[in-house]
Ligand binder design. Structure first.
Ligand code: SF4
Ligand code: FE
Length: 519
């Protein structure tokens, strides 16, 4: 199976440095600010996003328990981001790794989309095969084996550009507004279309393309799932502009706020891109598109515990700047830090609970709890904004009126700025400026993309979670509970009400397995 990247870097990746080298010399067409980028690895705006993925490999080395697993396909140690979960503890471990990486990078480390995509596909391909006697599941396992051998990065590409939202894919005036099969040969299919705001796509080795919504019978050509090398012929990437990204081009690293790490979103344009048959995992089975989207979002919405790790950094920055300002003793400062922590742990609590309540699919892969995943992601659409507001409150207005680092370097005004912008004894003016720039970076600058707006819209905008929560909230069951206790309904006893448990409540009341030592 020809799955190694086209540039021919078949060697196995073991750490962050190997990973960065594996991205060099690929025949990519990447546009950024109107220019074709010659080598993304060395571009100052792109490199921080590559460093963030490199951190996932370095974590696997420094903390193999958290960052890696033994591949069931190859027997070798691989990144946990390549693992198909087969237990609730596997799902929980993903969340713990995500929080840790959020703490280490202060940004989006980009690997969860691919991870959640193939975890969802693992069970969906199994169920398609059962119904249609296709061979998608074995193909997926074979692809994953290949990815495990090289310890590669898999990116996921779901969100189509969508055109007229009131129309189905086949009704659009231009079929390219949803990724679709443009032609077929005995060897495979060709696809055309575009995927918008794709996290970490350029920093991946392979992309899994998937439909973005429920499809009807007439949308058969849009029901395509397959794996494509990132540097495949016919792909063009257009880099997303991030607030304050050009600060990465400046000689000083102070104004960047977080000079080392950033997220990445790009538009991917597919112009007649080939997918060989052995990398096609769905082709025309429209009735399974909704299942795939639903399972992917169930995994991905609890993956947003990543933001609790990023929140830890922002809480730390707020506490640190209060200290630098000499305000740390004030009771209202402490109270705000408590409030920020309460919000942050609420995100983590719901995400990790979703994983703890994971359950088996027919394929044997485990999936997290749908209701709690949606509650987690819905919190994420709001709480980082409030945590960010409180961080700005503690930072003070200087965060947005601070002169540029070039002014601090100027021989005439630099010494004056040093003198007048000094805070508490024990910290330099530059240290204070760096902390303010970090808070600016996370709430208004480059990493506000990941911490705030991606929190709002990534894995579905707030209304998408409300629809899912509404679909599974079991009002009839709850009304019945109330009627029985209020004496309105005397025809049913409480045991009968309990018999009506939905899947969600069955999971709520199921006790975790007890180890034999405790029995
Ligand atoms: Fe992972 Fe979070 Fe980035 Fe999504 S936003 S890819 S969940 S780090
Ligand atoms: Fe995302």
């Amino acid at each position: 199976m020809a799955t190694s990247n086209n540039s021919g870097n078949p060697s196995r990746i073991t750490n962050g440095e190997d990973y960065i080298e594996s991205l060099r010399n690929r025949p990519l067409k990447v546009y950024l600010s109107g220019e074709l980028v010659t080598e993304p690895v060395d571009h100052p705006i792109i490199r921080p996003s590559i460093n963030a993925i490199a951190a996932t490999y370095d974590l696997a080395v420094s903390n193999p328990e958290l960052g890696s697993v033994i591949s069931p396909f190859t027997g070798e140690r691989i990144s946990r981001f390549l693992h198909v979960c087969t237990s609730a503890p596997d799902l929980v471990a993903q969340n713990k790794m995500q929080r840790r990486l959020g703490q280490l990078t202060g940004t989006c480390f980009q690997r969860c989309v691919g991870m959640d995509a193939f975890n969802a596909l693992y069970s969906v391909t199994f169920e398609i095969d059962k119904q249609h006697e296709t061979v998608y599941h074995d193909r997926l396992k074979s692809f994953l084996t290949d990815m495990h051998r090289g310890n590669f990065v898999i990116g996921g590409a779901m969100t189509d550009v969508k055109g007229d939202r009131s129309k189905a894919p086949h009704e659009q005036s231009d079929p390219d507004l949803y990724l679709h099969v443009s032609r077929r040969t005995p060897e495979g299919v060709y696809v055309s279309g575009a995927k918008a705001h794709q996290t970490g796509c350029i920093n991946s080795h392979h992309l899994i393309v998937m439909p973005t919504l429920r499809l009807g019978e007439k949308d058969r050509d849009f029901a395509i799932v397959g794996a494509i090398p990132v540097d495949a012929k016919g792909i063009t990437y257009v880099y997303g502009r991030q607030s304050c990204d050009s600060r990465a081009m400046e000689p000083s690293d102070v104004d960047a706020g977080n000079a080392k790490f950033a997220g990445q979103e790009a538009m991917i344009i597919f112009d007649d891109v080939f997918i060989p048959n052995d990398l096609v995992f769905m082709d025309g089975e429209t009735e399974f598109a909704a299942m795939l989207v639903q399972r992917f979002t169930t995994y991905h919405r609890r993956s947003y515990v990543c933001k609790s790790g990023v929140g830890d950094v922002l809480i730390g920055a707020a506490a640190q700047i209060a200290d630098m300002n000499g305000a740390v003793g004030a009771s209202h400062i402490k109270d705000k830090l408590v409030e920020m922590t309460h919000l942050n742990e609420t995100i983590y609590g719901t995400g990790i609970a979703s994983s703890h309540q994971g359950h088996a699919t027919e394929s044997g892969a485990f999936i997290s709890d749908d209701m709690l995943a949606n509650v987690c992601k819905h919190h994420v659409t709001k709480m980082p904004y409030e945590i960010g507001r409180l961080a700005q409150d503690l930072a003070g207005g200087l965060m947005v009126t601070l002169p540029a680092s070039a002014d601090f370097a100027d021989p005439t005004i630099g010494p004056l700025l040093e003198k007048y912008l000094k805070g508490r004894e024990g910290f330099t003016t530059e240290e204070r400026a760096r902390m303010l720039r970090l808070i600016e970076n996370m709430t208004l600058g480059r990493n506000a993309v990941g911490y705030l707006t991606e929190s709002m819209h990534g894995a579905g905008s707030p209304q998408a979670q409300r629809i899912e929560i509404g679909r599974t909230m079991q009002l009839e069951y709850k009304k019945r509970l109330a009627r029985v206790l209020a004496g309105v309904d005397t025809t049913v006893d409480r045991d009968e009400v309990a018999d009506e448990l939905s899947d969600y409540f069955a999971r709520v009341f199921a006790l975790p397995p007890v180890s034999t030592a405790q029995q």
